[in-house]
Design a protein around this ligand. Structure first.
Ligand SMILES: C[S@@+](CC[C@H](N)C(=O)[O-])C[C@H]1O[C@@H](n2cnc3c(N)ncnc32)[C@H](O)[C@@H]1O
Length: 230
């Protein structure tokens, strides 16, 4: 079985939750690099097919080799492309975009919505693991009409990561600066006593304490958090 880092294992678990009991669908891993996530999802029978996209040729070749070596040549495709360009979405697809900056993620989803239309976007699930700019990703998702199904956190080699599972509903909503910076679902988990989320929030507090000097969104979020935590 393909082993994954703690961070990718968290992404894998969100894919598994997204799949639920309906196994007949694809994983589209955008920015697949080594292809480990696609291999693991196929090995576990979570998906019937995997599509990997890569903007660069060398990582695309790595993904292709990993899939072929693991015996999945017939049920996988690898494309050198930007985001989801040239990969039309299908019902039940799970699209993972992990290990990338938030602005890149927003750009890829914006173009996917334009190319595939709102009806198809409502039939797939996105699993997103931004490396940074979580506040921008969360504001974009709410304003664009995505609902959050779950958000998880992990610590991998002393670095915290988060991963969101979202679905497009086409109902735009707004979130506060606090929700954008800390995550609406993570705030709920914190309020329910989740220890991992509490550790993550203490880490965010420390970072935001420095960043608030130059970032009004972060300043407002930190102040609201302190007030709401009492
Ligand atoms: C840091 S790696 C993360 C790999 C893997 N998803 C993971 O989480 O371990 C980011 C990968 O995304 C690819 N990438 C960046 N922007 C992309 C885009 N717009 N479309 C497709 N791939 C992209 C990069 O070439 C790189 O291989």
């Amino acid at each position: 079985m393909q082993s994954l880092t703690t961070r990718l294992e968290m992404v894998f678990k969100q894919v598994r939750s997204a799949r639920g009991s309906v196994k007949d669908g694809r994983l589209i891993d955008v920015g697949s690099d080594h292809g480990y996530l696609a291999v693991r999802c196929l090995e576990e029978g979570l998906v019937s097919n995997a599509v990997c996209t890569e903007i660069h040729k060398a990582p695309a070749q790595r993904s292709e080799k990993a899939l072929i070596d693991a015996g999945f040549r017939e049920v996988s495709e690898v494309f050198v492309t930007d985001g989801l360009n040239g990969v039309p979405l299908k019902e039940n697809d799970i699209i993972s975009i992990a290990g990338m900056g938030g602005l890149n993620i927003v750009d890829i989803i914006t173009r996917a919505l334009k190319d595939n239309g709102p009806e198809m976007m409502g039939k797939v699930t996105f699993v997103l693991q931004p490396q940074k700019s979580n506040d921008i990703v969360r504001k974009f998702l709410s304003e664009t009409g995505f609902d959050y199904e779950d958000e998880s956190v992990c610590k991998d080699r002393d670095i915290f990561y988060n991963c969101m599972r979202v679905v497009y509903k086409g109902r735009s909503s707004s979130i506060t600066d606090e929700e954008a910076c800390y995550g609406p679902l993570l705030i709920k988990k914190f309020n329910n006593g989740d220890k991992d989320v509490a550790d993550y929030f203490r880490h965010l507090d420390d970072i935001f304490e420095i960043r608030k000097r130059s970032n009004p969104t972060v300043k407002a979020a930190l102040e609201a958090r302190k007030k709401n935590e009492g």
